[in-house]
Unconditional design. Structure first.
Length: 335
């Protein structure tokens, strides 16, 4: 890795380790609410005074904020500071807590647009479900050669397996701490997705939306648990999702079985304690990639260092070195 790449990566990690600001970054040009396909939109973050060295499409997970999640905005601004143009879509399905195959198609449209506008092959950086969508896109023959790299944070390998795991976890006693927090968040997402089927009262549906909007930054643990116990725990939402979604859609939105078609180098980064997508999925993704040609290009890092776009523990020096290597393509000159 060139010295300038190390310097850019170190600067990126330092920026990510600091809290994001609600105010725009004066060193970054932000263009918002650009049209994407039939229903989506995207924002673009670019270095203001220097030409870009790389281009990235950053894909959000299941969140009602879509590409405007404050953590993702901070991530995109940090990339732009490192001379990387960052395209951030808000995908209809992921932002409404639904599974839509059209999300991957719109992601492909944005990747093509990024290449046309910058002259650089874009990389894909995805978070949680968005990371899996990025892997699916990179495996498609019409896009495989146009993707420079994929960096995956918290991707699942198979949606069918993940839903099985949710059902098994729901049969266990109610957890505490972060595991409980993620379980409640999962139930809120499922309630939003299946609200019509459940015939939830309008005030409950408004409560779901309002709590999801504040969940990561403002809502207290007490109100999260109180809402869950009062309105959601009786439904068995994990089982409903397991029994409702069509297997063909689950397979279409899963990287499993298609990773050998990816031409780009893949970096898989996964929180060692992630209950939303257990780290075994990262290992299965890496194992499948390792069976493909040129498997040495791919990297796997299971660590608590970087979780949900947030730099959690900058003192784990061994993991920092691995993270720097995994993120190297994000700031390198695009090709």
């Amino acid at each position: 890795m060139a010295l300038r790449d190390w310097a850019a990566l170190t600067g990126l990690l330092l920026r990510l380790s600091r809290p994001g600001s609600a105010e725009p970054d004066p060193a970054v040009t932000e263009t918002r609410d650009l049209e994407l396909g039939r229903a989506g939109r995207y924002d673009c973050y670019a270095p203001r005074s220097k030409s870009p060295r790389a281009a990235v499409v950053a894909v959000h997970g299941v969140t009602v904020h879509g590409g405007r999640d404050p953590r993702l905005v901070h991530f995109a601004r940090s990339l732009a500071r490192s001379r990387t143009v960052c395209y951030v879509p808000t995908l209809e399905g992921l932002s409404s807590c639904r599974l839509l195959a059209a999300d991957v198609a719109e992601l492909g449209t944005l990747a093509l647009l990024a290449r046309k506008q910058t002259g650089l092959r874009p990389g894909l950086v995805g978070f949680c479900h968005g990371a899996s969508y990025a892997l699916v896109l990179a495996s498609q023959p019409e896009h495989a050669s146009g993707i420079a790299f994929v960096t995956s944070f918290g991707a699942y390998h198979s949606l069918e397996t993940l839903l099985d795991e949710y059902v098994a976890a729901a049969a266990q006693p109610l957890a505490v701490g972060r595991a409980l927090d993620d379980r409640i968040y999962l139930n809120l997402m499922l309630a939003r997705s299946y609200g019509d089927r459940l015939a939830l009262a309008p005030e409950v549906r408004r409560g779901v939306d309002e709590l999801l909007a504040r969940y990561c930054h403002e809502a207290t643990d007490e109100e999260k648990r109180a809402f869950y116990e009062q309105h959601l725990c009786i439904f068995g939402l994990e089982r409903l999702a397991h029994d409702t979604e069509q297997p063909s859609l689950l397979r279409a939105l899963s990287p499993a079985g298609r990773l050998g078609q990816i031409e780009a180098a893949v970096s898989i980064i996964h929180d060692a304690h992630d209950p939303m997508v257990p780290p075994g999925h990262a290992q299965r993704i890496f194992n499948e990639l390792s069976g493909a040609a040129e498997a040495r290009r791919h990297r796997l890092l299971i660590t608590p260092l970087l979780s949900h776009v947030t730099l959690a523990d900058a003192l784990r020096l061994g993991d920092v070195a691995g993270l720097l290597r995994a993120l190297e393509p994000v700031v390198r000159q695009g090709r």
